[in-house]
Design a protein around this ligand. Structure first.
Ligand code: CU
Length: 119
């Protein structure tokens, strides 16, 4: 749901120079089901409609209900705003939220993506 809100906001930013986007637009590449256990997925990161190319990207995931530990993963830039996320140990089926923080130019920007995890 959040991604739908970020798209129009990004367009607004583009329309109003100077562009100072503070949010990361995050979309998953592909639609393969995610299953409980360590997962690997690929995400597109954009800022202000432009692919993000910084190497400094951190990811973590949380379930949408209380009482679960945050898990972290590793990212590798594949170029062109594509990043492979690996090592996320999603230990329970249900709704998770992937949070990505990047620091292009030293300023932290964040984005989130809902993930549905199957047993
Ligand atoms: Cu849980």
């Amino acid at each position: 749901m959040r991604a739908f809100l970020l798209v129009p906001l990004s367009l607004l930013w583009l329309a109003c120079a100077p562009v100072r986007p503070t949010a990361l637009d995050l979309q998953r590449e592909g639609h393969q089901a995610l299953h409980v256990g360590p997962v690997t997925l690929t995400v597109h990161l954009k800022r202000g409609g432009q692919p993000l190319t910084t190497a400094d990207v951190q990811v973590q995931a949380d379930m949408t209900h209380a009482g679960m530990a945050t898990v972290s993963g590793k990212t590798v830039s594949l170029g062109g705003g594509l990043y492979r996320v690996s090592g996320l140990d999603l230990s329970m089926a249900g709704d998770w939220v992937l949070s990505v923080t990047a620091k292009p130019g030293g300023t932290a920007i964040t984005g989130t993506l809902p993930l549905s995890v199957q047993p």
